[in-house]
Write a protein that binds this ligand. Structure first.
Ligand SMILES: NC(=O)c1ccc[n+]([C@@H]2O[C@H](COP(=O)([O-])OP(=O)(O)OC[C@H]3O[C@@H](n4cnc5c(N)ncnc54)[C@H](O)[C@@H]3O)[C@@H](O)[C@H]2O)c1
Length: 440
């Protein structure tokens, strides 16, 4: 590697903690990252479109469960972290990390609006010795085909004047064991200097940095990880359907298979997949491969099975009611857990919303309890969580456990519900339940 003064300047600033880190998009990914860099002594500025989030953060209040207010408040107070909607701060930022959403559009294709918007904003203030790193999950080729051409319009050369890399975010909301700091980070730069610059900054905060040969490799690593999960969950879901037909208990089978010390990793069935990642990310790869005339068959099959699970749960609910001489129309159905996974408040792509809609459309009298989700919008209506009392449980013709939050006492649920459909094996340890229990 030839001597590069812009690179040396940046590395010196990183090593002396003089580098200013900017995080674009302060959501589930951006805020923990910003707090992490501030915690290890960097001056961090968050650039966020939503002024309500900016105002809350600047008062030292967090809105992301994984980043407690007690962590943010002192960082705001001592001036190491601040948030703004003003992109002009980018003039004084040395490292910009992009953490904006990458959803699907109405046609199910990648919606790159936020990445394009963030890149245009950064391009306007791009300066020498600056590192730009994308963390949003996306299809392989985004950094080199979409971001790089936008940044190179100002006459600066990548790898010489400024640096560009991709480093996938692996955060797992509400995972108490693995947080940003102790989860290894994969990094791939456009040039060797780009990779080294990105490695240098992440090394300051994260336990281990794994460098790969290009941004596209790093982009594919992330999509592979999440496609691996989507496909294995799809397999567990189809196994659950087959077990139902065979009269076998899928949960017992997974537990027994999990005693094999090698070659097996447990994945569990459920009412479907949710969140911003697992249901969405594989479609980014499918879209990319379609444009190259290749059909991603595993992804299509897993998507098909996983997205059919809410309907499957609905049919189980109808059958369970039928067996108790009840019809779905006007039956009282209580749903437990609306968030897409345990102990978080995230409703994005939650399969519980689909189950709610199917039951509601069939004329059931549906209510829900979720201590993490006090309300949600259903069309023009706002649906509120009900308090989980003995009466509410007893009055329901059917209770369906959709997400197994640890805030629910399943012993009490099993004692007072008349009929229970458990899609998460939350009632596994309950001995002598009074309720009639049907498991997925
Ligand atoms: N949530 C997760 O568990 C997770 C895990 C790994 C990777 N990811 C990926 O990380 C990315 C971000 O996800 P998230 O869950 O943090 O999303 P989020 O919706 O929680 O946060 C994104 C934030 O970016 C802001 N924003 C959008 N466009 C902007 C712009 N041009 N400038 C400034 N701010 C802007 C939004 O207002 C929002 O606050 C996605 O690509 C996602 O797939 C998410």
């Amino acid at each position: 590697m030839k001597n590069n003064s812009h690179f040396s300047n940046l590395i010196k600033k990183i090593e002396t903690k003089q580098a200013v880190v900017g995080v674009v998009g302060l959501g589930y990914v951006g805020l923990p990252l910003a707090a992490g860099f501030a915690d290890v002594g960097f001056s961090v500025v968050g650039i966020e479109l939503d002024p309500r989030k900016v105002s809350k953060l600047n008062q030292g209040i967090s809105y992301i469960p994984d980043v407690p207010t007690e962590q943010i408040a002192p960082l705001v107070e001592n001036g190491t972290f601040k948030a703004t909607i003003n992109p002009e701060v980018l003039r004084n930022i040395d490292i910009v990390i992009i953490c904006v959403p990458t959803p699907l559009d109405e046609a199910g294709d990648p919606d790159m609006t936020s990445i394009k918007g963030a890149t245009d904003m950064i391009a306007k203030y791009l300066h020498t010795s600056q590192l730009v790193c994308l963390e949003s999950t996306t299809y392989p080729g985004t950094v080199t085909d979409l971001i790089l051409p936008k940044l190179q319009t100002r006459g600066m050369e990548v790898g010489k004047d400024f640096f560009l890399a991709f480093s996938p975010e692996r955060i797992d909301p509400n995972n108490a064991n693995f947080r940003v700091e102790n989860t290894p980070k994969v990094v791939g730069g456009v040039t060797q200097y780009c990779t080294k610059a990105a490695e240098a900054i992440y090394k300051e905060m994260v336990v281990k940095v794994v460098t790969v040969s290009s941004p596209a490799t790093a982009e594919m690593v992330k999509i592979f990880e999440n496609t691996f999960r989507a496909i294995n969950i799809g397999l567990a879901n189809e196994m659950a359907i087959m077990c139902q037909i065979l009269g076998l208990d899928i949960w017992e089978i997974i537990d027994a298979a999990d005693t094999k010390p090698f070659g097996f990793m447990p994945f569990y069935p459920g009412p479907g997949i949710g969140g911003h990642c697992i249901p969405v990310d594989p479609s980014y790869l499918s879209w990319k491969m379609r444009s190259m005339n290749y059909r991603t068959r595993f992804i299509e099959l897993a998507t098909d099975i996983n997205s059919s699970m809410p309907k499957y749960v609905y049919r189980l609910a109808v059958n369970t009611l039928n067996k108790a001489d009840k019809v779905i129309h006007k039956s009282k159905v209580l749903l437990l857990g609306m968030a897409y996974k345990r102990d978080i408040d995230d409703l994005r792509e939650s399969p519980a919303l689909d189950v709610f809609e199917l039951l509601h459309e069939a004329g059931a009298d549906v209510s829900y309890h979720d201590s993490f989700v006090p309300e949600f919008n259903y069309g023009k209506k706002v649906i509120h969580s009900v308090e989980l009392t003995k009466d509410v449980l007893t009055e329901a013709d059917l209770v369906i456990i959709l997400t197994d939050h640890s805030t629910v006492d399943y012993e009490v649920v099993c004692q007072h519900a008349r009929s229970l459909l458990d899609t998460r094996n939350a009632t596994k340890k309950i001995k002598n339940p009074s309720a009639h229990i049907v498991k997925l």
